[in-house]
Design a protein around this ligand. Structure first.
Ligand code: HEM
Length: 516
């Protein structure tokens, strides 16, 4: 049977259609050489009661690296096998679309880079990736430092007044301020203010998260759209954000028109290094609606993900004082009392390992969503076109088959002198930023952003879970949130020794973290 399987896979790889393969090999007992995908029968109630990826983990331990989950007429394939994940994400990525995800996010991202498929995706990816060039990422380090410094000032006040801090919402505001400046040069200033636009962003985000776990798409019911106060609020919020984006695009267009700079590969306007400015200066020939969709996509993609990484990193550190001490030691000796520079990114090795390990234990998002566009072969199973697939990154990252002490927070599992772990050097068992052509475009940006924020905060403060803080439990939308926040007691550290500041040399970026 395994010889037949190899022959059949070989023929499938050279493009022999499935109908022909079925005809040639359909005589083998059991309905073909392919086995039937194990089937787990579920109740939607069980899945909705806790963060949905938790019951999927239990089912993975029972049914293995690929199984079918059926709810009444709906069925999903749950993939937790690195080889199959590699096949879907990289080797045969053309045969898969974003499926349900594109449907859920349509109201906010339209044809933006995350939901887009086919030609639109290809053209937009080609336009956007160059915007994340080395000079841009290096300039962002300063922005990360300034924003983290504003958060430090807030925590200074909390530490002096003896007030506990709810870190999850502070991180959400920190990363919103960063992404607004980085993507379209807009200062949300959400760490200080709660203006209408900040409120609007949160309304839209909450809606996107709710839709991603809702069993029935009520938002598609025609009359409901007009009468539901909630949907009316969402539409008003969307209008405010869209109007603001249109205005920013118009202002930026005027500046670019008056600019004298020649566009080149590492083009960057020092006053406004944003991605929007790069795209307009590059002569990106695109409709305003498409540009807005892309900006909105990056705003959402780069906001809650980074905030969630910081939240779970601080939670994990509160459980392992040993790791915190080691981290503070490194930060003291590398940074002393100054803001990080691009050169420091290479030196903050343990800090980076802490982020790598936090991303393993709390991947954001915990599942990747795809739909098959044609019949395909996944391992020893054949699948039909139109299958909805969840690749559970959570399961891959916590599998006892793939990791020693899978649930343990242990940054040391990644040697300091080894490469920065990524999907390729970890054979797709580690997918912090996805993999293949749809890999995150902001991977390096996000790694540096979280490293800078982490380093600056632990250099100045000690963090402990607040006395009487609610238990830290998980809930999920697109990323993993806590159910009741992350309440911490923040205390000033005794000032670390000041290390003389480094001269800025040539801009160098750690090449082991790939710019995809
Ligand atoms: C895609 C994770 C930050 C922009 C992705 C994907 C993952 C991911 C797993 C792949 C999704 C899939 O295959 O379905 C993260 C994490 C971040 C982060 C964990 C923070 C720690 C950012 C930032 C930006 C960004 C800062 C932009 C400034 C994007 C975009 C895509 C994407 C545009 C879609 C790429 C495509 O489909 O071609 N991200 N991301 N992300 N990310 Fe990120």
């Amino acid at each position: 049977k395994s010889v037949l399987l190899s022959i059949m896979e070989g023929l499938a790889k050279v493009g022999v259609p499935n109908e022909v393969l079925d005809f040639l090999f359909g005589w083998v007992e059991g309905g073909g050489v392919y086995r039937k995908i194990p089937e787990a029968k579920g109740s939607i109630k069980a899945i909705r009661s806790v963060a949905f990826f938790i019951p999927l983990y239990e089912l993975y331990l029972t049914y293995g690296g690929i199984f079918r989950l059926t709810f009444g007429p709906k069925s999903f394939l749950i993939v937790s096998d690195p080889t199959i994940a590699k096949h879907i994400l990289r080797d045969n990525s053309k045969a898969y679309s974003k499926g349900i995800l594109a449907e859920i996010l349509d109201f906010v991202m339209g044809k933006g880079l995350i939901p887009a498929d086919g030609e639109i995706w290809r053209v937009r990816r080609r336009a956007i990736v160059p915007a994340f060039h080395q000079k841009y990422v290096a300039a962002m380090i300063d922005l990360f430092g300034q924003a983290a410094d504003r958060l430090c000032q807030k925590l200074d006040a909390a530490a002096s007044d003896g007030e506990d801090a709810e870190m999850e919402s502070l991180f959400s505001r920190l990363t919103l301020d960063i992404i607004g400046k980085a993507v379209f040069n807009y200062d949300f200033d959400s760490l200080s203010n709660d203006t209408g636009i900040v409120e609007a962003v949160y309304t839209v985000l909450r809606e996107a998260e709710d839709r991603s776990v809702a069993p029935i798409p009520v938002w598609d019911i025609p009359i409901w759209k007009d009468v539901s106060p909630r949907l009316r609020k969402v539409n008003a919020a969307l209008k405010l954000i869209n109007d603001t984006l249109d205005e920013l695009i118009a202002i930026c267009k005027r500046i670019v028109d008056e600019e004298d700079l020649q566009f080149h590969e590492e083009y960057m306007n020092e006053q406004d290094p944003s991605i929007l400015h790069f795209l307009l200066a590059s002569g990106d020939d695109v409709s305003s609606k498409q540009l807005r969709d892309d900006l909105m996509t990056m705003l959402i993609a780069g906001h809650e993900t980074s905030a969630a990484v910081l939240t779970w990193t601080f939670y994990l550190l509160s459980t392992e004082p040993r790791v915190m001490s080691k981290l503070q030691e490194e930060v003291d000796s590398v940074l002393g009392d100054r803001c990080p520079t691009i050169e420091d990114m290479k030196k903050l090795k343990y800090t980076t390992r802490v982020i790598n390990e936090s991303l393993r234990l709390y991947p954001q998002p915990p599942v990747l969503i795809r739909r098959s566009l044609e019949d395909d072969v996944l391992g020893e199973y054949s699948i039909k076109r139109g299958e909805d697939i969840f690749i559970s990154v959570w399961n891959l990252h916590r599998s006892p088959k793939l990791w020693d002490d899978a649930d343990k927070f242990e940054p040391e599992r990644w040697p300091l002198d080894g490469p920065n772990p990524n999907e390729t050097n970890q054979s797709f068992k580690y997918l912090p930023f996805g993999g293949g052509p749809r890999k995150c475009v902001g991977d390096l940006f996000a790694t540096y952003e979280t490293v800078v924020a982490l380093a600056m905060l632990v250099r100045r403060f000690n963090f402990q879970m607040a006395v009487g803080a609610p238990p830290v439990e998980m809930t999920t939308g697109a990323t993993i949130h806590t159910t009741q926040g992350l309440k911490m007691t923040v205390t000033h550290r005794i000032k670390p020794p000041i290390v003389p500041s480094l001269q800025r040399s040539t801009l160098e970026v750690d090449s082991s973290i790939s710019l995809s």
